[in-house]
Ligand binder design. Structure first.
Ligand code: 3PY
Length: 328
């Protein structure tokens, strides 16, 4: 489906929830001969040797040993977004293949979604919309209240580029910012956003009015927030997750929201995505859910595509690869 003389790039498909953006196809075809996963699977001997790069969009196509073994010319896996939890980096390294992602493109829009969820949950925006738009609403209750954001304490778990952008935004809301991270930021970086390092996660959980997860999913961070951690939070606190669903034990969260252990939650990510339509979390009123929209702006998605093109071209031309992920 492209110019046969251009380097072959495997993409998951062009339509459906995991297809690449249709608007980007023309730009990609200026540089690459796009080969869809379906085309490849239907004729591995024809397409396998031509594929020099895999373009991952929305976590697809999935990369496993069998796929890697059938792509002898593969040089790079270029993955949209910052999260890498869908890739087995050790396996990829064994095949001598490079990896690149697009951290800069997603940090501002994902930080915006973090703040949007925080504000929506604090001020009960979704419930408010339902009340204001319900056909049987006749009066607005004066007892309908939320939590104040200005001056509240935000506990940030993760202080990478997205966490830092959230701290900048929280500063403008006059929030006190605590953060817990594998490594402490430089003093001048902390001072610029007024953030205080909390070595102990328990301490951060106990002191925060809003706890926001902006951390990558790794074996160490899986179910970082479980029953014990939720019980340390204030009964008035709100949990926000913009990282990955598996950072939180969803059953424990469900129970905490139902029994008043915490006040509310706002999740851009869950497991699975989407949740089954009969999932009990969908029935709660003290939760705000969005469909994994951290990077979902036209500008970010275009920048992601452009960054992936740059990384693939650099790798194919033997140049230093922008946003290369170091494989240990
Ligand atoms: O960049 C990513 O990995 C995201 O999931 C953005 O929401």
């Amino acid at each position: 489906m492209g110019d046969q003389d251009l380097p072959g790039v495997l993409v998951s498909g062009l339509e459906g929830s995991y297809g690449i953006c249709e608007d980007h196809v023309g730009d990609l075809q200026k540089h690459f001969n796009l080969i869809t996963l379906q085309e490849f699977l239907e004729n591995k001997t024809q397409f396998g040797p031509k594929i020099q790069a895999v373009y991952i969009w929305g976590g697809r196509p999935a990369i496993d040993q069998e796929l890697l073994g059938s792509l002898p010319s593969l040089k790079i896996i270029a993955s949209a977004g910052v999260g890498l939890d869908h890739l087995d980096l050790k396996l990829i390294a064994r095949f001598g293949v490079k990896v690149a992602n697009t951290p800069q493109a997603v940090s501002n829009p994902t930080a915006d979604v973090g703040m949007a969820l925080l504000l929506a949950a604090a001020r009960r925006v979704v419930e408010g919309h339902m009340l204001a738009s319900a056909p049987d609403t006749e009066t607005f209750s004066t007892n309908w209240m939320g939590q104040e954001v200005t001056g509240a304490t935000l506990g940030l778990i993760g202080m990478g580029s997205i966490g830092y952008k959230i701290a900048q935004r929280a500063k403008a809301f006059e929030m006190k910012v605590l953060y817990h991270n594998r490594r402490r930021r430089k003093l001048e970086e902390e001072e610029a956003v007024g953030a205080t390092y909390c070595e102990s996660l328990d301490d951060l959980l106990q002191r925060s009015d809003f706890v926001l997860l902006a951390v990558s999913l790794t074996p160490q961070t899986q179910r970082l927030i479980g029953k014990r951690e939720l019980s340390l939070m204030k009964p008035t606190a709100i949990l926000i997750n913009i990282g990955r669903g598996l950072l939180v034990d969803q059953d424990a969260l469900m129970e905490a929201l139902q029994t008043g252990v915490i006040k509310g939650a706002a999740l851009d990510v869950t497991y699975p995505e989407p949740l089954p339509r009969d999932h009990p979390l969908l029935k709660l009123r003290n939760i705000v859910l969005t469909p994994h929209i951290g990077s979902a702006t036209h500008q970010a998605r275009r920048q992601m595509m452009e960054n992936l093109v740059e990384s693939i071209l650099a790798s194919l031309n033997g140049l230093p690869i922008p946003n290369e992920v170091l494989l240990k």
